[in-house]
Design a protein around this ligand. Structure first.
Ligand code: ADP
Ligand code: MG
Length: 258
């Protein structure tokens, strides 16, 4: 059989086996393998490694796209110098992701703009890259989903916001919730308790949660489960949004002056 016929058959089989990356690089890898007289094993290894790397990258990209994250940012993009009171080491230690293995929760508290969502997103991105299932939602959106499940008598157990290894519930406390909604949120937290990790961000101190959840008994029950295995980071600092704004205003002002 001629080389070109073999190549044709290899290409056809690569398509059938869904190995597009190998198809793409095959000719070039054959060429360098011949030039550098690589072993058969090294040749095969290179091809497979490239295919696996591309598949892995696709998986991460797809999962990030469907995860509901409000934006994609990493911890490298986080300027710790801007938030000097934040315990950098404590934050960085979260990125070994042992909290997910131990089903612990992470809670970011602080006023708007201090980077709560950024840190939560960065953890989710790392978790996704490490192969954990992730899901991100806001409190408002989560309540809507829980109500819909409740009304349609679905228990929602198959939903991403129940079964993902890591779920972000962003912006707890921005909008007050009713007693019934509070109950649904309690059930959500109780379901994930000791089973999977949840990241909560809130602009309200725990002492203010009673007020926004209306029912002190349920709030106590929620906090009890949420905090039992948890890492709490209270970010006391300035808003990054305002920093960006003032810098931009300064540039604008200089622009008009000059
Ligand atoms: P919060 O959720 O606390 O209101 P965000 O995390 O949404 O704040 O931060 C607001 C914006 O500022 C985002 O674009 C975020 O990436 C950015 N940001 C906040 N803190 C920092 C920081 N320390 N370094 C870099 N970017 C930051
Ligand atoms: Mg936020």
């Amino acid at each position: 059989m001629s080389d070109s016929l073999i190549l044709e058959r290899v290409e056809a089989n690569l398509t059938r086996l869904r190995l597009p990356r190998i198809s793409q690089i095959l000719q070039a890898v054959i060429k360098t393998a011949e030039e550098k007289s690589k072993s058969h094993l090294a040749f095969l290894d290179e091809l497979l490694d490239e295919e696996v790397a591309q598949k892995e990258q696709r998986r991460v990209e797809t999962n990030l796209r469907i995860s509901g994250l409000p934006f994609i940012k990493t911890i490298d993009e986080f300027d710790f110098a801007f938030q000097p009171k934040l315990d950098r080491q404590k934050v960085m230690s979260l990125f070994d992701l042992t909290f997910i293995q131990y089903k612990q929760n992470v809670i970011f508290l602080g006023p708007p703009g201090v980077g709560k969502t950024h840190l939560a997103v960065a953890l989710a991105v790392k978790a996704c890259q490490s192969g954990f299932s992730i899901y991100s939602t806001t409190m408002e959106d989560l309540i809507k989903k829980l109500k819909k499940d409740h009304e349609s008598n679905r228990r929602g157990k198959g939903r991403s916001y129940y079964k993902s290894a890591l779920v972000i519930v962003d912006e707890v406390g921005y909008t007050p919730i009713t007693r019934e909604e509070c109950n649904l949120f309690f059930r959500f937290i109780a379901n994930r308790y000791e089973k999977a990790s949840t990241i909560i961000t809130s602009n309200k101190a725990f002492s203010d949660w009673t007020e926004m959840f209306h029912d002190p008994i349920i709030v106590t029950a929620i906090l009890d489960r949420l905090l039992h295995h948890s890492i709490v980071l209270n970010i006391r600092g300035k808003s990054f949004r305002l920093k960006e704004k003032t810098e931009k205003e300064l540039i604008d002002m200089n622009g008009t002056e000059g």
